[in-house]
Design a protein around this ligand. Structure first.
Ligand SMILES: C[S@@+](CC[C@H](N)C(=O)[O-])C[C@H]1O[C@@H](n2cnc3c(N)ncnc32)[C@H](O)[C@@H]1O
Length: 201
């Protein structure tokens, strides 16, 4: 699953951070992917749930599916959101797990994290926090999470094996992963893997 081509991971990460800083700062700009309320509705999020979030969070939603389509989270659970972005799923998760639970959103893009933290405060949610880190090296203890969620992120990581190994490491035995992402059924040609515009687009 590792991308064994001449791809400069630091250059790729910077391009992805630039792209998603734009999604945080100028969500109405228009991107090569859908965003916001229209996307959330299309992916099956109940409108009452979407309406419970500040517009600023909804407008920067950039997922590809709905991790809660496999089931809601339970009160008291500890949840890690891999690539939490502006906090759309993490803030919904915080409502589901309630005050006895905890949600940790992890992302590498500062503008997304700032937006997520600000809106967690707007909602008065004390059970959610956000960490700046790479998913390939999670700053979290072994066996500390009941559930790992993620939405539209692992396709952006060239070293998918490390991300999945980290998710497995932080999950408690018997924990579960509810991941929405893009999977291609055919091998991606090396020249496409080396084209950073295709990763960010
Ligand atoms: C398509 S957005 C999805 C954000 C959010 N899950 C949502 O549904 O709105 C991808 C996010 O993954 C983050 N990301 C991509 N690769 C990452 C990595 N290797 N480590 C940490 N975050 C990463 C980006 O910064 C961006 O916020």
């Amino acid at each position: 699953m590792t991308t064994a081509v001449l791809l400069d991971v630091d250059v790729l990460r910077t391009a992805i951070q630039d792209e998603y800083a734009e999604v945080a700062a100028c969500p109405m700009k228009g991107f090569h992917f859908h965003t916001g309320r229209f996307l959330a509705s299309r992916l099956g999020y109940p409108s009452a749930r979407v309406d419970s979030l500040p517009d600023a969070v909804v407008e920067s939603f950039a997922g590809v599916g709905n991790p809660f389509s496999w089931g809601d989270l339970n009160p008291g659970e500890t949840v890690v959101d891999l690539g939490a972005g502006a906090g759309f799923d993490a803030l919904l998760a915080a409502s589901m797990v309630g005050p006895s639970g905890r949600v940790i959103g992890v992302d590498m893009t500062r503008a997304m994290l700032d937006k997520a933290r600000h809106n967690a405060a707007v909602l008065g949610l004390g059970n959610v926090g956000f960490r700046e880190a790479y998913l390939e090296d999670l700053p979290l203890p072994d066996a500390s999470a009941d559930v790992v969620i993620s939405n539209g992120v692992i396709n952006l990581c060239p070293d998918k094996a490390s991300v999945l190994a980290e998710a497995y490491r932080v999950l408690k035995p018997g924990g579960r992963a509810q991941i929405a992402d893009i999977v291609v059924a055919r091998a991606v040609p090396d020249d496409a893997k080396e084209d950073i515009a295709l990763w960010t687009g």
